[in-house]
Design a binder for this molecule. Structure first.
Ligand code: FAD
Length: 295
């Protein structure tokens, strides 16, 4: 099923992100974790993809299993920063044959390794930005295509106006919805949405929420996303960070609170970065059970 059918129907959607195994050794355990998450019956599941690209990854295998055996719509992430047209053609063919109708079209991070390879033109790089990939995917098949957006501005962007101008270009190229980078202060999303609508961007924007379940994860999440940590959240980490179980409970409660506030303010689509942790996904769903049921 195409995600635009789900995201545009005026009902609350709760979806989860999972990541594929890096090697075959962990395929079975990752597959099982993603199956547990599928059994929670989310609105859809997205499966990430390494920025290093290549054709030997497991994104499609994990998504195909969820789509075919659990009947949950999936969204396959696809990055282009390390790719050429040939790799993308093979990838999209594989996605199509797996029965997956949705692709999150991304550039991927410009790591020093990738920048070095691109400088030396080791691979024939055909894409500079996600927009280039979106245009290409539009020609390749009947996919529903989404893109990434950043309530706190992408770190490479000069300012929010410039960033939003490129998001508009994504929609003009065929991007039908956005999923946001994680954020820990809902006001950042409300301000961002206002600016998007002002710029004439009307596609659904799915709010990305990361339940922080350990003190270690805080540092990693901030480093990866550059997201602002409100004092209210820092207080939780200071108070409970040394106690794993307490931190997990507090992190899930904080994420639940964010989701309820979003829904109360008219945001109907929420994507949870549950990181292959079925118990975290299940707790969030349980915490929202009456809210979702009464919808
Ligand atoms: C929801 C979500 C899911 C993600 N999933 C993955 C994943 O599975 N794998 C992974 O490796 N990474 C993932 N990422 C990270 C993402 O790849 C990085 O944030 C990356 O740095 C930018 O990707 P993008 O698609 O937003 O790039 P782009 O849209 O290309 O934007 C990158 C920067 O370039 C600017 N820009 C855009 N278009 C142009 C243009 N035409 N000319 C000049 N400047 C332009 C933008 O303003 C921005 O500053 C994800 C991010 C999000 C928010």
């Amino acid at each position: 099923m195409k995600l635009t059918e789900i995201l545009n129907n005026g009902k609350f959607t709760l979806s989860f992100e999972v990541f594929p195994p890096k090697t075959w050794d962990s395929f079975k355990s990752v597959k099982e974790a993603t199956e547990q998450i599928a059994k929670i019956k989310p609105s859809f599941i997205s499966v990430t993809y390494g920025a290093g690209g290549g054709i030997g990854d497991y994104t499609v295998d994990i998504a195909e299993n969820i789509e075919k055996n659990y009947n949950i719509p999936t969204l396959a992430h696809l990055t282009c920063v390390s790719s050429n047209k040939e790799i993308i053609a093979k990838k999209t063919e594989r996605i199509k044959n797996a029965g997956i109708e949705n692709i999150l079209a991304l550039r991927g991070d410009l790591t020093s390794e990738i920048l070095e390879k691109r400088k030396n033109k080791l691979n024939g790089y055909d894409y500079n930005h996600a927009t280039d990939l979106i245009k290409e995917l539009k020609q390749k098949g009947d996919f529903c295509i989404g893109g990434a957006c950043y309530p706190e501005v992408h770190p490479e962007s000069g300012n929010s106006k410039e960033d939003i101008c490129y998001l508009k270009k994504k929609t003009e190229a065929g991007c039908e919805f956005f999923i946001t980078q994680m954020f820990f202060d809902n006001n950042l999303l409300y301000n961002f949405l206002y600016k998007l609508r002002e710029a004439g961007i009307t596609v659904p924007v799915v709010a990305g929420i990361m339940p922080i379940t350990s003190a270690k994860q805080v540092e990693r999440a901030v480093k990866l996303s550059g997201s602002f940590m409100p004092q209210r959240f820092k207080n939780l980490v200071d108070r409970f960070g040394h106690n794993d179980l307490a931190m997990k409970q507090a992190g899930i409660a904080y994420a639940t609170d964010q989701i309820i506030d979003l829904y109360a303010n008219g945001i109907e689509n929420v994507h949870v970065y549950s990181m292959n942790k079925p118990e975290v996904a299940q707790s969030i769903k349980n915490n929202l059970s009456h809210i979702i049921e009464n919808d």
